[in-house]
Design a binder for this molecule. Structure first.
Ligand code: 6GU
Length: 252
């Protein structure tokens, strides 16, 4: 997968050199480039923002540097994709924004299949809306929010999205089985995990996990998932049919 990031803080993404995603890049599974938005300005101060039309607090990111930065990334892709079918082809252009649709595990799964993602990190009060409108005609544009709170800019949000998406790319996580039994993969929170020692500071590992009874262990884990989800995230359970979650997974 090819990933391009545009930001006024390219140093933010240095951590993508290390850990799981760093290894995935070294292995050639992820081809990632970070672009400095200020490289696409032409004034002495490398200005990327200005006051909002209509007044109000804060600053808005100017459209021209964004236009040039995205132009420099997108046409190269259209060449690379030459011959690809219309619609559904070309990169997905993602603008992190608290005004966007909510990022979910389902969206991460969907985006993990894309050959090319472009992330445009806004700062200040956001990017001139015409950037979004213009590029909506040239690619698939999505405004995406991490959740209902406000960050200072898109960088941390993009880091979270790339980590969630990147680990779903085949080969990035060594043991694909470890991706299955996780929070949100089956619509429930994950069950609690334990390792040795069996007794620690007076706390015992639940005996069923030491029983060797795989059926009983699976049933206990399922029960724990449902209880946890009911307690802290009841919104994840089917509203009119909460008992549906009590059914074992179809493949067990
Ligand atoms: Cl994607 N961006 C910003 N600036 N704030 C956020 C967010 C994104 N998601 C939640 N809050």
């Amino acid at each position: 997968m090819r990933i391009d990031i545009i930001s006024i803080f390219p140093e933010f993404f240095g951590v993508l050199d290390i850990s799981l995603l760093g290894r995935a890049r070294q292995a050639g599974l992820i081809d990632l480039a970070v672009h400095n938005l200020r490289d696409f300005t032409h004034d002495r101060h490398n200005t990327v923002d200005d006051t909002p039309y209509g007044g109000g607090a804060g600053m808005v990111m100017k459209p021209e540097p964004w236009g040039e930065a995205l132009d420099s990334i997108l046409p190269a892709i259209e060449d690379a994709d030459a011959g690809a079918p219309e619609g559904g082809a070309g990169p997905v252009l993602i603008f992190p924004s608290p005004a966007g649709e909510q990022f979910t595990q389902a969206m991460a799964r969907e985006l993990a299949h894309e050959p090319h993602l472009v992330f445009g990190c806004g700062r200040y009060e956001g990017i001139d809306q015409r950037v979004v409108d213009h590029f909506a005609g040239r690619g698939r544009v999505r405004l995406v929010s991490l959740g209902d709170y406000v960050l200072n800019g898109g960088e941390v949000a993009v880091m979270a999205m790339i980590e969630a998406i990147g680990r779903l790319i085949p080969g990035v996580v060594g043991n694909p089985e470890s991706l299955v039994e996780e929070s949100h993969e089956d619509g429930l929170l994950e069950y609690p995990s334990y390792t040795k020692p069996a007794s620690w500071r007076g706390l015992e590992v639940p005996p069923v996990l030491l029983s060797g009874n795989h059926g009983a262990i699976a049933a206990w884990r399922r029960q724990q998932q449902i209880e946890r989800t009911r307690l802290v995230r009841p919104d994840l359970l089917p509203a009119d049919d909460a008992d549906a979650a009590l059914q074992p997974p179809a493949n067990s």
